[in-house]
Ligand binder design. Sequence first.
Ligand SMILES: Cc1ncc(COP(=O)(O)OP(=O)(O)O)c(N)n1
Ligand SMILES: Cc1nc(C(=O)O)sc1CCOP(=O)(O)O
Length: 528
Amino acid sequence: MVKPTVDYSLYLVTDSGLNHPSRTLLQSVEDSILGGVTLVQLREKNLDTPAFIDLARKVHAVTKKYNVPLLINDNLEVALAIDAEGAHVGQDDITCVEARRLLGPNKILGISTGTPEEAQKALADGADYIGIGTCFMTQTKSPKRTLGPIGVRTILEAIPAESEMKTVVIGGIKHDNTRRVVTHSAGGHGRIVDGIAVVTGIVGAQDAKLASEQLLSEFRIGHELATTKHQNNIRGSVQDARASVEDVIKSFPQMLTTLREKSPLTHHISNFVVMNDTANATLALGGSPIMAPSAVEAEDLSKVVSSVVLNIGTLTDSFVDCMYEAGKHANAQSKPIVFDPVGAGATKLREETTRKILNAMHVDIIKGNAGEISTIAKIIGGSGPDKTETITMRGVDSLGSGFSNPAAVVQAIARREGAVVAMTGVTDYVSDGFRTVAIENGHAYQGRITGSGCMIASSIASFAAISPNDHFAAAVAGILALNLAGEHAAARVDVHGPGTFRAAFIDEMANLTPQQMLDEARIKTVTI
Ligand SMILES: Cc1ncc(COP(=O)(O)OP(=O)(O)O)c(N)n1
Ligand SMILES: Cc1nc(C(=O)O)sc1CCOP(=O)(O)O
């Protein structure tokens, strides 16, 4: 028998304990293969060997029907007994060398790695592929630490470019962070992960076939973007089935109506200075705020809220702990996260916290002013050993003091991060990497009161909660709503300066009509 050729693109790793109660594990495996899974690993932690063999034979019958290789986790006896196509072992299991000896040369052998040294050893020991993890926080096991995409990249860069060993990334991979992981982890010498390995995102999904289709599609888009990026052409050619900017704008009246009907709950981990204003702004617009900075309740809250705001304006250790907890659980439950890196470049602590947040979780929307966005650009660009990885951002004149081409910058970061990026200022720029707009609404008074940017993050989070499939639309609508309220407030005869503006601003958020979102929008599509 010759070693099978393996497509690692979408690697299902099973866990009976996490399997959706509406179907059997066998059904999950079959549905996921029908949705595009290219490789399956049977991972059973609580079965004795005879029961494991019994289940493995049944799963193998399904995978063979579709010509998809089956690997067995940690138990070589089971792998050999059912003549599986291979096995996966961990760092604490049988050694890679011993596993290869038992399996012979023609079986597929994978090993878990979490450091560059482990990856290099796996290569020397004859592994066909490595699992690189833990990427993001996961509820499937309790990782000691997360690598984030930058940690994954460090491991990819430790593998010689010419090596044929394959790589998959594992840990907290969901359809909405796949693109970011794949593009952002791409190594300086052009190595891109060969696949994503997923447990809960598939076996725990209501519809395993649909979940697999979405994951595979996101992986392929991310892979193409990463390839394009390596060719130094960030424009790429990937087509996305997304609503046009014109259609997005037309949807704004209905979005505001839906927000007011549903009044979604947003978990704010916000700063002391603006907490009251952001809570009032959320209420005035039609949403519901909960200001809860304790890590202890973050998991419980994640089950009831519809979106999360992480604002680093007044950092304390306990705020940061809460942000990690809230982020981990929001990611696990696919609740959108709006990240407001307030003053990100002002101190080392803020910059480091921003870096850690971007690495520890997937943020869906990043909102900042020019200085904050320039710090993000600095954090995510150019960490490869030869610095060839520097993100291509035409228009960056001098970081922190403005951009000559801000639209190109937000588009580049959005593509790189697989997130929506909103840069606020006199003109606001929003991009999801494909659609980029400039919003010209708003009033100068907004810049003369504290917290107007933070209120915009809250507004975006309320819209994101009711627009789970289009965070670009949510970001543009969230900014527009507050900018219109700002214009309306500034025009009032009872507004004489920043103090009276502040109260009128909140009033006008409540008074904003759905039709005004359409009639008064001054939004231009920007072609880069
Ligand atoms: C593809 C892939 N990567 C990593 C792992 C983790 O394996 P291990 O370290 O043995 O941990 P457990 O799976 O035993 O919890 C994996 N299973 N698959
Ligand atoms: C099985 C496993 N191994 C990991 C590693 O880091 O090696 S993380 C992990 C769990 C992955 O589960 P999910 O897709 O539900 O997050």
